[in-house]
Ligand binder design. Structure first.
Ligand code: KG4
Ligand code: ZN
Length: 336
């Protein structure tokens, strides 16, 4: 019989539980998104997020096991996100995982959420990215360019202000397009003409030209200025905003690929669902003849399947956590 890993993800506002086998195949996944609740407030309210995780986590587990026709005793390991994230939300997942482990004796693995996003690109794929590879983690909480090597994981650069997804969400809020902003802007931009609005070319000064850092606050301000006009062509404005943001992202990736030999480019996180970004990454990987790993659309945003997948190496080498496993709220980017 296959080994099944249960993945529990509750780091932010999605409660998600999944079963993944050691070949990275997703057997089943159940997710409850709290978007409609938090959209009433224009952003995530941590206490509401934590309370909803408590309400949903065990009903989701029950329905997952029923659908997969698997019982708790068939599980080989329980993987849970421990950091980074909202601490109240993380604690719900960690508490549930420890409770199940204590009751059944099934071993526990604590997972770094950013490593889980990287693993999302391997779900349902036959091959894994070969080392060394370059990875862009681009979501609502993070925008980091990292190198994954045999010796470890190194951050080349990260955002100095907003994460890219956060910039999407804030611009959508200013434009009264709803929350989360990414999917709405992505759709609108497809109908727009980016050349109608002149946006700044980001981080082109000597200081930042050859670095790997990101910054989107200037772009947000520029977009806000256009939003004050009465006669806005919203699809074109959103296309211009998105184009300027992804031009910076693409420039950073090209610079990294030009100066280092990577065997793969792995682009993950909520914003990796964006159609313009996916097209740009296809072109870049083709140009540099680098294997591209993008998650399937349903695994771009936070989900339990990627948490389970990230635990496969630890499961195979039997590196399990004990009951001191705890949640850590740090916004720390990946260690390096
Ligand atoms: O990875 P994720 O689910 O949560 C974090 O760990 O942050 O990412 C959520 C973010 C939100 O900011 C959302 O607006 C953005 O991903 N997003 C997108 C798209 N779909 C989701 N941004 C741009 N284009 C999209 N299609
Ligand atoms: Zn995430």
């Amino acid at each position: 019989m296959s080994d099944y890993i249960l993945g529990i993800e509750s780091s932010c506002d999605d409660t998600s539980i999944a079963l993944v086998d050691t070949e990275y195949r997703v057997i089943a996944m159940k997710t409850v998104s709290q978007t409609s609740v938090h959209s009433l407030f224009g952003g995530i309210i941590p206490e509401i997020a934590a309370r909803n995780h408590i309400a949903w986590i065990f009903p989701l587990l029950r329905s997952l096991l029923d659908e997969a026709k698997i019982s708790l005793s068939d599980l080989s390991a329980i993987a849970v996100t421990t950091h980074p994230g909202l601490v109240g939300s993380l604690l719900v997942g960690v508490g549930a995982a420890k409770g199940i482990s204590a009751a059944t004796g099934i071993p526990l693995v604590g997972i770094n959420h950013l490593e889980a996003h990287i693993a999302s690109a391997s779900l349902n794929r036959k091959s894994r990215p070969q080392l060394p590879f370059l990875s862009l983690i681009i979501s609502g909480g993070h925008t980091s360019l990292i190198e994954v090597k045999k010796e470890g994981i190194y951050t080349l650069g990260a955002t100095m202000d907003d994460a890219a997804g956060e910039a999407f969400d804030k611009v959508a809020k200013m434009a009264k397009l709803g929350y989360p902003g990414g999917p709405v802007i992505d759709k609108l931009a497809q109908k727009g003409d980016a050349s109608r609005y002149k946006m700044p070319k980001l981080l082109t000064s000597e200081k930042y030209k050859h670095s790997f850092v990101f910054s989107f606050s200037g772009l947000k301000t520029a977009t806000q200025r256009f939003l004050k006009n009465d006669d806005i062509d919203m699809p074109s404005l959103m296309a211009a905003f998105q184009k300027s943001l992804f031009e910076l992202v693409e420039r950073r990736i090209i610079y990294a690929l030009k100066h280092n030999k990577y065997k793969a480019l792995v682009v993950v996180g909520g914003v990796s669902a964006n159609s313009e970004l996916r097209e740009r990454m296809e072109r870049v990987s083709h140009r540099f003849d680098t294997a591209l790993f993008l998650p399937e659309l349903q695994y771009c945003q936070d989900n339990g399947a990627m948490t389970a997948a990230a635990a496969i190496p630890a499961f195979q080498t039997k590196q399990f956590a004990d009951f001191t496993l705890d949640a850590a709220p740090t916004k720390r980017e990946i260690y390096g």
